[in-house]
Write a protein that binds this ligand. Structure first.
Ligand code: ADP
Ligand code: MG
Length: 694
């Protein structure tokens, strides 16, 4: 239960003065639905109106606050011309310019002969100074109403700065004094003030430096956020580790059988990772391990061997994939291998229904089925395992922490967890997403991989590319053609892909297939299966194929509007080719001219295939905020902290959290009580549920 002291902060933004239904929607889009969301939306700059020159002293382009007497009004001769008002002081004269003013507005705000304070940007026009639509016009005695330092907020279309400022003005007094959760000496050493005064002053910057992440008030808020993140992860982990594990010791028999059936030997990195996994499974504690490996590094086999370990020891193992396509693909890969060793395996997704589903559930709960592959359908209540010893979660970045835990709880006490991620997450981010998970790295690609020849071409050479496909098809190549993410909308993407599909089909006929997110699951599967079998030679797709799809015979990847994709996404897409023995190529078609960032991304793609380097570059180019902000990534989105800029703060928060958990694991001390409030403040409620008196 959220503490009462936080209630005002969690009220809807519409309860603020000046926020009606229309603005509410916009604020929600910009910051979020709650007042606290709005308060986390910090200024990105400030307008300094302290510059108060005489008219003769004003300079072109500057923000100035001048005091002047209103002179002649010059209404426009035609509608298209502006309304001009002369103002003057003892040093000179300037013009105030209005386009399409309301008729009574100027008469009311600028009556002739009165003195006014005007603040806004000065420009020179035909040799004389003028100010177009001043930001503020107030009478002389209204000076105190004129904000000399005005915060600027990032905005969204349709939402004026003034509305956000006004909403903020209503929200700031609602900030309560909260008990201090930071360690006293640390707070002092950093020179930080209390949370409430930090948040308030972050919204009232007094200088340009005050809106930098390094500014004292902001650093404190960032640290609060990082501490909440690290503490929540630490508490969850503590509780998972505390649950007793069980030693799982395989005989190695099944591994030998299946190993013999594999057409390749494991790489050194695969062998090493498996040894680490075996050690964890053998121990009486539960395993919480992250298997990190670039696209194509061979995580699936490692997962299979880990699952065989559980099966050899008489238990069950489950593998969860984020999409239907992937779950089916894993099943298709694993089932024949399992068969050779007589290991029972079933697939369970949302699509298994009715009688069929009942049958599968029965074999899972009786223990007859040893390996279960599925989607999040594995979470459903009626899925009961007989003895689940290992849960493998693939492409984990699409699942939230919470879902991960749910699968774990399915196994009852002691289920080991192996999380696999294909996105090579930079070190700093690993810490925020996984806390202290143990990590195994597949840092070696299976042998025989040839580098993917990556080229960039402007879109106006598209027809050339199409012509080159003809040659590729003649050599029996298979091709992915990826259409851009136009918007965050399946519908629009699908339309673009459909168009390209029609176009290519008019040239290549039945060899062309189409798959996108709007298609029915069964239709998607059918298309994927035909591509897998080689019946479809050119697969036009949206990014549904981004993650994990494995068709080793495909050797050409065309990415249309490559400039619209993120670096990680491009890398994932390219990773779909270069999986077989044949030389592969990747064509990045871009819309010229390229922006600076897009050009940098394409350059990096051409330079390297090293996923870790690409991830680091991505972080550098985009900033952690954006990288983390994407919902899809499943990584925590930080509101204030800038992981890239504030690595030291993250490290400190990590240590701090660890110390807190060592000393006060149930958060029962005075500081512990305050830390609970911190967790609620940053909506890490799930972590509190793991406390004894949560
Ligand atoms: P990812 O790590 O992207 O999930 P996969 O597990 O899908 O990679 O493996 C990619 C391809 O590499 C598959 O076709 C797989 O059979 C193959 N592979 C995996 N391990 C090896 C190995 N040790 N030697 C050769 N090929 C391998
Ligand atoms: Mg995979």
């Amino acid at each position: 239960m959220r503490p009462e002291i936080l209630f005002p902060l969690f009220a809807p933004v519409r309860s603020l003065p000046g926020i009606g239904p229309r603005l509410e929607k916009l604020v929600e889009k910009l910051a979020g639905p709650k007042i606290i969301d709005l308060l986390w939306h910090l200024p990105s700059g400030l307008i300094d109106r302290r510059n108060r020159p005489k008219i003769a002293e004003v300079r072109d382009g500057e923000i100035a606050t001048i005091e002047a007497t209103v002179g002649l009004h010059i209404p426009p001769r035609t509608k298209r011309l502006p309304y001009r008002v002369h103002v003057f002081d003892e040093t000179g004269e300037m013009q105030i310019v209005f386009f399409n003013p309301r008729p009574d507005y100027i008469a009311k705000t600028m009556p002739e002969g009165e003195r006014r304070i005007l603040s806004g940007r000065v420009e020179f026009y035909q040799g004389g100074p003028q100010m177009t639509h001043p930001d503020h016009i107030v009478p002389i005695d209204g000076l105190q109403d004129l904000p000399l330092l005005e915060p600027i907020y990032p905005l969204t279309a349709g939402l004026p700065l003034k509305s956000i400022q006004k909403a903020m003005k209503g929200a700031l007094p609602l900030i309560p004094d909260l008990p201090e959760w930071q360690n006293g000496p640390w707070l002092k050493a950093q020179g930080w003030t209390s949370w409430s005064s930090s948040l308030t002053s972050a919204h009232q910057p007094q200088s340009a430096e005050a809106v930098e992440p390094s500014a004292s008030a902001r650093a404190r808020l960032a640290y609060d956020e990082l501490l909440a993140n690290q503490l929540a992860l630490g508490l969850v982990r503590l509780r998972m580790k505390k649950l007793p594990g069980r030693p799982v010791v395989g005989t190695g028999k099944l591994r030998v059988k299946i190993g013999d059936a594999l057409p390749f030997a494991l790489t050194g990195a695969q062998v090493r990772s498996l040894a680490e996994i075996d050690d964890d499974m053998k121990s009486p504690h539960r395993m919480l391990r992250l298997l990190q490996g670039d696209v194509g590094s061979g995580k699936t086999v490692v997962a299979l061997f880990a699952m065989l370990n559980a099966v050899e020891a008489g238990f069950q193992a489950a593998m969860m994939a984020p999409t239907e396509i992937l779950a089916r693909q894993h099943f298709a890969t694993l089932a024949p291998l399992c068969e050779t060793a007589g290991v029972t395996i079933e697939l369970l997704t949302g699509r298994e229904k009715g009688r069929r589903r009942e049958e599968i559930l029965a074999t899972i709960s009786s223990g007859e089925t040893k390996i279960i592959v599925g989607t999040h359908a594995l979470f459903q209540e009626d899925v009961v395992f007989h003895a689940l010893a290992l849960a493998v979660v693939d492409e984990q970045h699409r699942f939230g922490v919470h879902q991960r835990l749910m699968l774990t709880s399915k196994g009852g006490p002691g289920t080991d967890v192996l999380v696999m991620t294909a996105t090579p997450i930079p070190r700093t981010l690993t810490l925020t997403a996984y806390g202290d998970m143990d990590i195994s790295k597949l840092d070696e690609k299976p042998p025989g991989r040839k580098p993917v020849d990556t080229r960039a071409l402007p879109l106006d050479r598209l027809e050339e590319v199409v012509a080159s496909l003809e040659r590729a098809l003649a050599k029996d190549a298979q091709v992915y053609w990826v259409c851009p993410l136009v918007e965050e909308s399946d519908e629009v993407d699908a339309a673009a892909a459909e168009q390209r599909y029609e176009h290519l089909r008019s040239i290549f006929g039945a060899a062309v297939g189409l798959v996108h997110g709007r298609m029915k699951a069964a239709d998607k599967d059918a298309v994927m299966a035909r591509f897998q079998k080689g019946e479809i030679r050119i697969l036009v797709a949206t990014t549904v194929i981004e993650v994990g799809v494995n068709v080793p015979a495909a050797t050409v990847m065309v990415i249309e509007h490559a400039e619209r994709f993120g670096l990680a996404q491009l890398h994932q897409l390219r990773g779909r080719v270069g999986r077989g023995g044949d030389k592969s190529s990747c064509l990045l078609l871009y819309q010229a001219p390229l922006g600076e960032t897009a050009a940098a991304r394409i350059k990096i793609m051409r330079e390297t295939e090293d996923g870790f380097r690409i991830a680091e570059e991505d972080l550098r180019l985009r900033g952690a905020g954006e990288l983390l902000g994407t919902r899809q990534s499943g990584l925590p989105a930080f509101r204030i902290a800038d992981i890239e800029e504030q690595k030291e703060l993250l490290a400190a928060a990590h240590d701090d959290a660890r110390m807190i958990i060592d000393r006060d694991p149930e958060l029962e001390s005075e500081r512990g009580g305050a830390l609970r409030i911190l967790l609620y403040l940053f909506e890490r409620d799930e972590a509190i549920r793991y406390l004894r008196s949560g």
